[in-house]
Design a protein around this ligand. Structure first.
Ligand code: ADP
Ligand code: MG
Length: 300
């Protein structure tokens, strides 16, 4: 396992930031840590990177114990903090060179990480002259200097414009081909774009931990918009015991929500025929991941 977390809890005074968090991440996985602001994402990441300690629980990164082997944990991790502090007056190479010294990494590695993160065209500038997207690349380059096996990225795309966002996502996906990546975000689309798996956290508790493909497959709610050639009443649908709700959009157009693993559309065609109705339009919506996230994190 690349990351193993067992019953981690953390309080800030009366505030419970993390409540018995457990999960594990296999080598090579790209896992999205999704949750609204204040859910506890950064707190867990700071615990894993050994910046702060937990009150309870255990964790291992790359099989090193965060409490007993913190130096080895730090060597195994490349960390991009949420508000990545960069020295704006330093040139890109000066900044990377300083950090290479801190990590005791050969200077030849600097050119490698510049290339790896697509920094080459901007590498002769001061960090202060760079766009937010390029500053994030500098942060990533720095996190990659010591060639760590595990990357922990705290909201790596927050504050980027749409083009930078796409570029940084691509870059993370590329880097993730031979590393374990644990990245936090409050945007579901981000997880869909980059990750294999999602762990959803809300108010310090894990509320979902699933492979993305499984999560989509498990969604059994089908929302069907249907238009008939005649007025139809709710009672006409009494025969469907898997019908969760009926909303009339107007007299002939309805929105039906079914709980069903099989496609309800052919069944609705047969139903219309039995009733002597003609279907003028039929549209199936699956619950998307954005809705799943809202449902999982809206509980008070
Ligand atoms: P997220 O990264 O998901 O937005 P955080 O881990 O930053 O959430 O915060 C979780 C909760 O802990 C929040 O309610 C936040 O206000 C609180 N918190 C975080 N850091 C501190 C701190 N140093 N002192 C007091 N409260 C904190
Ligand atoms: Mg945070």
């Amino acid at each position: 396992m690349s990351i193993e977390v067992l019953n981690i809890s953390k309080n800030y005074g009366e505030q419970k930031a993390l409540d018995q968090i457990s999960f594990s991440i296999k080598k090579g996985e790209i896992v999205g840590f999704l949750g609204p602001n204040g859910a506890g994402k950064s707190t867990l990441m700071k615990i894993l990177t050994t910046y702060i300690s937990s009150d309870e629980g255990e964790a291992k990164v790359n099989n090193f114990d965060i409490n007993l082997e913190s130096k080895s944990v730090q060597k195994s991790i490349g960390y991009l903090p949420e508000h990545n502090p960069l020295y704006l007056d330093l040139y890109v190479r000066e900044y990377l060179s300083f950090n290479a010294d801190v990590y005791k990494v050969a200077k030849t590695r600097i050119e490698e990480v510049i290339q790896l993160t697509g920094l080459t065209p901007e590498s002769n500038k001061k960090i202060g002259q760079l766009s937010k997207g390029y500053r994030q690349r500098v942060g990533l380059a720095c996190a990659l200097l010591h060639n760590p096996e595990v990357l922990i990225l705290d909201e790596p795309t927050t504050g980027l414009d749409p083009n930078q966002l796409v570029e940084i996502r691509e870059l993370i996906k590329n880097i993730g081909k031979d590393k374990t990546v644990f990245l936090s975000t409050h945007i579901m689309q981000e997880v869909e774009a980059i990750c294999d798996r999602v762990i959803i956290i809300n108010k310090g508790k894990i509320v979902e931990d699933k492979n993305l493909k499984t999560l989509v497959k498990e969604q059994t709610n089908q929302i069907i918009t249907i238009e008939f050639d005649k007025i139809i009443s709710k009672e006409d649908f009494n025969q469907f015991n898997n019908l969760i709700s009926i909303d009339h959009i107007n007299d002939t157009v309805l929105e039906l929500t079914f709980e069903s693993k099989t496609d309800m559309r052919p069944i609705l065609f047969d139903f219309a025929q039995e009733k002597g109705l003609k279907i003028l339009q039929l549209n199936l919506k699956n619950r998307n991941l954005e809705q799943i996230f809202r449902e999982k994190t809206s509980k008070k």
